[in-house]
Design a binder for this molecule. Structure first.
Ligand code: PLP
Length: 427
């Protein structure tokens, strides 16, 4: 039998860090990743046959659980007709109709192949449509690995961003202004100084890449007002929240209408898919209708569309998101009760089927608070859970996800594991 360790040793010689996306390598929590052989429902099985209750869900897409028969069958049917056509195909039209119907602000949409492509394209469109060049993002928010987004705040309150990765030109970073999340006064001050140069402000409407941090009451509405006042576009990056925190995404949940929205994860049903969309007048500026260029050999791929459409069909079942939110609450409340009983400083955040666990007594509302939580304790807890057959995201700064396939027994088993893992981790 191939072991996880042996595979990782082979992988390390062949791929940077042994993986095709950094967080999979367990660098943050230490140790070695397991290699998944198959997945079904709420579970992953590694190549050694160990089963894990999965709270990562392929980083968000698997909202109905892994290997759902309806999604699998839709893919199997699509595959029989060919893998890629390079012409328009009917499923793309159905997908566009579905997104436009479900997401309040979207009148037209363009399919791409990843969340990264979606956000890169959305800011190009924002720049093209406004004739301005600066964008605003938030510290701790992740929008994929485009140059404009791998930027953090420089020193000083209102300075231009600095690259967070070699290879990102300073000239590109200079065009990205960064702000603290959930701080409307900081955004007002930034717009007062730079408002006339700002093409768009991009935000995760529920932050999911600094663990899970929901927006404060009125925060998104405040940003909406600020963007409108200064003629900048408000871009909701709903790659993670789209179709997850509510059927219509965070914009439906909070009742705030962005100009542009980016999608990924759930709309692909597990296939590599992204999309961006918005008001008709804006989207008609995208090529070939308009002058803002953006293209993709495999965009709107028929197999990916089939997977995504099957997934979107399933989550439209009445009560789907309520049930997901109820299970997430059960999990978070249960973990809180165990941590309290064990005397471990702990708090949780959750919106719909998305949650965050923090080893701190504070209610976490900012990036600074998230980074101040006890990550060493999280790392020990993570490994304690893994040993007990529960797979949490292998980083203290990632949100967790439940799926329609997680049952109450899975949550109960997770809580049982957490009791042991916490006792061990706090020692
Ligand atoms: N935007 C958000 C909010 C994300 O969480 C991610 C990925 O995790 C991305 C964009 C990038 O998507 P992808 O990894 O598909 O390029």
């Amino acid at each position: 039998m191939t072991s996880n360790h042996e595979l990782f040793q082979r992988a390390l010689r062949l791929m940077p860090g042994g993986v095709n996306s950094p967080v999979r390598a367990f660098k943050s929590v230490g140790g070695e990743p397991f290699f998944t052989a198959r997945a079904d429902g709420a579970y992953l099985w590694d190549v050694e046959g160990t089963r894990y209750i999965d709270y990562v869900g392929s980083w968000g897409p698997m909202i109905v659980g892994h290997n759902h028969p309806r999604v699998r069958e839709a893919v199997e049917r699509a595959v029989r007709d060919g893998l890629s056509f390079g012409t328009p195909s009917p499923a793309e039209v159905t997908m566009a109709e579905t997104i436009v119907r479900l997401v309040p602000s979207v009148e037209m949409v363009r399919m791409v192949n990843s969340g990264t492509e979606a956000t890169m394209s959305a800011i190009r469109l924002a720049r093209g449509a406004t004739g301005r060049s600066k964008i605003v993002k938030f510290e701790g928010c992740y929008h994929g690995h485009g140059d404009s987004f791998l930027v953090k705040a420089g020193s000083g309150a209102l300075t231009f961003g600095v690259p967070t990765s070699p290879g990102v030109p300073k000239a590109a970073a200079d065009l990205t202004l960064t702000l603290p999340y959930n701080d409307l006064a900081a955004a007002e001050a930034l717009f007062a100084e730079h408002g006339g140069d700002i093409a768009g402000l991009i935000i995760e409407p529920v932050a999911g890449n600094m663990n899970c941090i929901p927006p404060k009451d009125g925060y998104l509405a405040g940003l909406r007002e600020l963007c409108t006042r200064h003629g900048a576009l408000l871009i909701f990056d709903e790659v993670m929240t789209g179709f997850r925190v509510a059927l219509g995404g965070a914009q439906a949940h909070y009742g705030v209408t962005p100009d542009l929205t980016t999608f990924g994860k759930v709309i692909g049903g597990g296939m590599p898919v992204g999309a961006y969309g918005g008001r008709r007048a804006l989207m008609e500026q995208v090529a070939p209708a308009g002058p803002v260029y953006q293209a993709g050999t495999l965009s709107g791929n028929p197999v990916a569309m089939a997977a995504g459409l099957a997934m979107l069909e399933l989550i439209q079942a009445p009560g789907f998101h309520d049930a997901l939110a109820a299970k997430t609450r059960l999990l978070c409340d249960g973990l809180q009760a165990i941590a309290d009983a064990e005397g471990v400083p702990f708090s949780t955040n959750r919106v719909g089927g998305m949650f965050g666990l923090f080893f701190t007594r504070e209610k976490v509302e900012s990036y600074a608070q998230a980074t101040a939580a006890d990550t060493a304790l999280f790392n020990r807890f993570f490994h304690g859970m893994l040993k007990r057959g529960v797979y949490l995201a292998p980083s203290a700064f990632e949100a967790g996800f439940l799926s329609g396939a997680h049952g109450e027994q899975d949550v109960a088993d997770t809580l049982e594991a957490a009791r042991g893992a916490l006792r061990e981790a706090k020692a």
